[in-house]
Design a protein around this ligand. Structure first.
Ligand code: ZN
Ligand code: ZN
Length: 126
């Protein structure tokens, strides 16, 4: 039997198919439906995750997670104002803009170069 702490509330529970306890799974589902409903109502109105948080009380991190996980359809988030976590510029498909993602990738490649053993052949996958 696998017992672990819930990723969300920290409560101990018996692992089923998720890292969340049953209460949090339920809550997550309700929150998700609320976000969806809200976005449907506000179609064509620019909305940011902060607006969602203020209007229906679902945390912006949660909203961003739904977007990142691809649970909200592109058409549902087309009016969403998603800004880059790193530079604050608008970002379309997640929480980091293309520019910052490129930069991160370069930094990562550089870090790997710095730490890798020069005698080993290197393969990079992005
Ligand atoms: Zn929980
Ligand atoms: Zn950025």
């Amino acid at each position: 039997m696998d017992v672990l702490n819930c990723k969300s509330c920290g409560k101990l529970f018996v692992r089923q198919s998720s890292d969340l306890c049953i209460d949090c799974i339920r809550k997550d589902h309700t929150d998700f439906e609320k976000v969806r409903e809200f976005l449907r109502e506000r179609r064509k109105i620019r909305t940011s995750p902060i607006d969602v948080e203020q209007a229906i009380g679902v945390k912006r991190e949660t909203v961003l997670r739904y977007i990142k996980d691809g649970r909200l359809l592109m058409s549902e988030i087309s009016q969403m104002e998603i800004t880059c976590e790193s530079c604050g510029n608008p970002s379309r498909d997640g929480t980091i803009c293309a520019e910052c993602r490129d930069k991160l990738r370069r930094d990562l490649a550089q870090a790997m170069l710095d730490s890798s053993n020069p005698s080993k052949p290197r393969t990079y996958r992005t």
